[in-house]
Design a protein around this ligand. Sequence first.
Ligand SMILES: NC(=O)c1ccc[n+]([C@@H]2O[C@H](COP(=O)([O-])OP(=O)(O)OC[C@H]3O[C@@H](n4cnc5c(N)ncnc54)[C@H](OP(=O)(O)O)[C@@H]3O)[C@@H](O)[C@H]2O)c1
Length: 249
Amino acid sequence: MTDYDLSDQVVAITGASSGIGEATALACARAGAAVSLAARRAERIEVLAKRINDEGGRAIALPTDVGHRVQAAAFVERTQAELGRLDALVNNAGVMLLGPIDGAPIEEWQEMIHANVFGVLYCTHAAMPIMREQGSGHIVTVSSVAGRIARAGSGVYNLTKFGVGAFSESLRQEGAPLGIRVTLIEPGAVATELAEHNRPEIAEQIHKTFADVTLLEPDDIANAILYALGQPANVSVNEVLVRPSAQAR
Ligand SMILES: NC(=O)c1ccc[n+]([C@@H]2O[C@H](COP(=O)([O-])OP(=O)(O)OC[C@H]3O[C@@H](n4cnc5c(N)ncnc54)[C@H](OP(=O)(O)O)[C@@H]3O)[C@@H](O)[C@H]2O)c1
């Protein structure tokens, strides 16, 4: 058990096949929540769901591309249908493909906007009517320090993360009278697979930038998400920014 009690709650987590999403799924399940897991790599979320169920928790794996409108809606709706409610949606799925704007492969921009922007929009759109009907809910979106500070070589990733930050604040204001809480999580550098999807020379540059920094672990961000989810109903944690201690910017 953890400090927070999520028993009887249902939490839907996107990007649960690795990194922050996987850690968040485990943390929520260990706090007593039933969890639904979305990602494109079906086998990874099936193995995680089995692990949670074997530990005595409750988890379902729902292979999903969150940037695909129909799949995103099906993920959210099947969560409610199979687990009975939808107390929280954690919009965590994302990709970070860095490099200069000049000459960038446009497909990398499309992939980031697909997952980081449309994924958040489609899942949120599907969750809202369910939460409005319940009179309660919580939508957590994982942004980044890159949603606060723009850098050369990160233009479109910055665009997606600044964008979801603005969307999340607008959503918070609309959600407040409906009993829907909204939280934006802004991690600094975390040791996950995120950088590995870059072109090799870019991945190498990212590793060099953080060579002297002890990175955060996925659990550090899962703890921040659990903190937001575990508050009493009258407390809305709007924003959590967590950097490794040695990350200056
Ligand atoms: N690591 C960091 O330093 C850091 C810092 C700030 C913010 N973040 C944010 O944290 C979130 C999680 O990233 P991570 O660091 O945990 O990286 P990760 O280990 O690469 O995890 C990314 C997750 O997103 C999923 N995903 C990507 N595209 C998807 C799509 N179209 N549909 C469904 N799932 C998709 C991946 O699953 P599949 O490939 O199986 O679909 C994977 O589960 C991202 O939003 C990232 O921007 C990370």
